[in-house]
Ligand binder design. Structure first.
Ligand SMILES: NC(=O)c1ccc[n+]([C@@H]2O[C@H](COP(=O)([O-])OP(=O)(O)OC[C@H]3O[C@@H](n4cnc5c(N)ncnc54)[C@H](OP(=O)(O)O)[C@@H]3O)[C@@H](O)[C@H]2O)c1
Length: 253
């Protein structure tokens, strides 16, 4: 894996690296590289959601329906029976500790105020996962203090990295509403683009693979520092084609 953190690269360098031979070589050398490849016939990944509400439930369901073993988790897993039943036979529910122990890949889909405690409780275990997909956003619901702290860290991507030190983070799906996910997945014609931001090439590759498998098109917009542009209320939020995302991303810095 590339030893220089991608956050030290300029955004254009990140975009260039994503398609370069260096990135391919770095990825191939990683022990986690196999997770990034879609094998014909489907090598599945064990996916856990921390948070199984509106967005975590919808995303986890798409991954379960794509054939991946999924464990939904929250502080009240006994309340997730209906979700598990509707997500199908590859889904189950557990405590957050169960889910962290189970997963190759974790989707973090909680109110942003919960991320600090999750980092304290599970930080080292989460740092050992190939990918933590950070879907969580600091919003008005998180409270003014948290929103301000996140801004001071340089936005949600860098802030989550502080709260989950060492985690292989990729921000994704942050501003695509839960209610639309099922109908947007595998859309006819142009796929819906999912802007993603991350510093770790292997985690980005795994996230890209998973996003494609549920019928969206990942579009890398840069390192975690760009993660702040994926929130609700920014130009990248909402439903865009991959080309539209590239055009909007080019106007951001
Ligand atoms: N709703 C959307 O359309 C949407 C779209 C994109 C991104 N997001 C982001 O996704 C996150 C979740 O939003 P949501 O709308 O899905 O919220 P939600 O429906 O209220 O679900 C939140 C989930 O997080 C769990 N949770 C809360 N605190 C927790 C903790 N300390 N440890 C473990 N689990 C915890 C809750 O379960 P328990 O209370 O039982 O633990 C619940 O399952 C937010 O950051 C939001 O900005 C939402």
């Amino acid at each position: 894996m590339n030893s220089q953190p991608l956050s030290e690269f300029r955004r254009r360098d990140v975009l260039r690296l994503a398609g370069s031979a260096a990135a391919v070589l770095a990825l191939a050398a990683s022990p986690l590289a196999a997770l990034a490849q879609t094998a014909p016939g489907g090598a599945t990944l064990k996916i856990a959601t921390i948070g199984a509400g509106r967005e975590g439930g919808a995303l986890g369901t798409l991954f379960a329906k794509a054939g991946h073993p999924v464990m939904f988790s929250s502080r009240h897993p006994e309340e997730l029976k209906d979700l598990v039943a509707s997500a199908g036979p590859s889904a189950k529910a557990g405590t957050v500790a169960d889910a962290v122990a189970f997963a190759d890949v974790v989707l973090l889909v909680v109110p942003y105020g919960a991320v600090e405690q999750i980092g304290k409780d599970y930080g080292p275990a989460l740092a050992g996962k190939a990918l933590v997909m950070d879907v969580s956003n600091p919003t008005a619901r998180s409270g003014e203090e948290i929103v301000k702290w996140v801004e001071q860290q340089g936005g949600a991507g860098l802030a989550t990295a502080k709260l989950l030190p060492g985690a292989h983070l990729v921000r994704a799906f942050n501003a695509i509403g839960y209610a639309k996910l099922p109908e947007l997945a595998h859309r006819q014609g142009d796929p819906v683009g999912v802007p993603i931001a991350g510093d770790d090439p292997n985690a980005v590759a795994i996230a890209s693979r998973l996003i494609k498998e549920i019928g969206f098109e990942p579009v890398m917009v840069g390192g975690l520092a760009m993660g702040k542009y994926l929130n609700v209320g920014t130009p990248l939020a909402g439903i865009h084609t991959p080309d539209e995302i590239r055009q909007i991303a080019a106007t951001l810095k």
